[in-house]
Design a protein around this ligand. Sequence first.
Ligand SMILES: NC(=O)c1ccc[n+]([C@@H]2O[C@H](COP(=O)([O-])OP(=O)(O)OC[C@H]3O[C@@H](n4cnc5c(N)ncnc54)[C@H](O)[C@@H]3O)[C@@H](O)[C@H]2O)c1
Length: 395
Amino acid sequence: MEELIHRVVIEKKTFCVTDSLDPLEDADYILIDVQTPVDERYVPQYVSLKEVSAEAGKRMKRGACVIIESTCAPGTTSYIVKDIIEKSSGMKAGEDFHLAFSYERVMVGRLLHNIINLPRIVGGFSPECTRKAVWLYKHFVKAELLETDCLTAEVAKVVENAYRDVNIAFANEVALACESLGVDVFDVRRFVNSLPNDPSNPSANPVRNLHFPGAGVGGHCLPKDSWLLKYGLDTYGTFKFEPKVIMESRFRNDLMPHHMIELLKEAMEEMSLSIKGAKVCVLGYAFLENSDDTRNTPSRPLILELQEIGADVVVHDPYLKEEDGITIHQDLDYCLKDSDAVVLITKHKEYFDLEMARMKELLKTPIIIDGRNVWSPSEARSMSFVYKGIGKKKH
Ligand SMILES: NC(=O)c1ccc[n+]([C@@H]2O[C@H](COP(=O)([O-])OP(=O)(O)OC[C@H]3O[C@@H](n4cnc5c(N)ncnc54)[C@H](O)[C@@H]3O)[C@@H](O)[C@H]2O)c1
């Protein structure tokens, strides 16, 4: 990235960042990539999207092509952005200017790789708008450019993430079933996923890919995109339809941090202790392992619920110091010392190296709640730990 920035900013002078809106006036292409969060009632917040659409409309020239890259509820490009731009520009979409939706598939740590190498879906307000937008992406996307209309592209974006959310919820549900039946979900996962797939006839033996269950789902996209789909459906659907599997999956994944606390409660009861007044060491605050990315982290609701119950919570994360008013420590020994339980939320590589003997020495009470299948239950139990984990046998 550094090398690229140097080349285009310093050497070629083809890239510049500015807070001036003047460049909109002679731009051939205007890409809109502002944040599109949902509020606490899961309603999309389009303040920025509306603002930039209006600013672009006021200034852009005839023939310009506006491409929305932000993730939106289905219908947003045609029913919100188009109207704002038409009103502020006095021009007509598809006639005087081009309008398209083409979503981001970037991931933290893989921005350039994903932009260049992943297929790109380009949905125009009209076929001519699609062609105009595709022309731009052809310059830097090496993979296939898939053409469609803007509504289909918007649906594809949110479904792409809802698909993953539902799959994780399925794995979480199987994990809870395994806990109840007294089997290990990770054995079950290995066996299910061993089903051989015959590429010569995939439909005769479709591949199984049971996802990883765990302590919760975080990140910028997965917790919100199913809600964007529902919002689009409620607002622009031609008949009332409730996407039950998708929304129940959202709730299932949101419940996983609470389930971690239920496991902790069981473990504490086995030791005749209570969470109230106990010192609980939470390992990992970032939602993503080996990163400092905390967006919608499941650690936060878990910590707040533990504090509400009256636990003395100490949070460790090697990549963070302080986040959303929560103090985060980087000294692992300090956090483990005299704790009544260890609750692991994020599978940072540092925790795989954490030896049981060291934990045993430092903890006041040997309780492990493993939210990411990091430690071996048999090893922990052989060292007299009370071990509970997502999708694990209770004893
Ligand atoms: N970050 C990801 O991994 C990712 C992946 C896929 C999709 N997306 C989608 O891409 C969109 C952007 O996400 P992000 O992570 O880059 O968000 P972000 O919050 O990091 O960046 C948004 C940028 O927009 C700027 N902005 C807001 N209002 C503005 C205005 N009125 N004028 C000019 N600039 C303005 C902000 O200053 C900020 O720099 C979202 O819709 C998100 O859902 C993001």
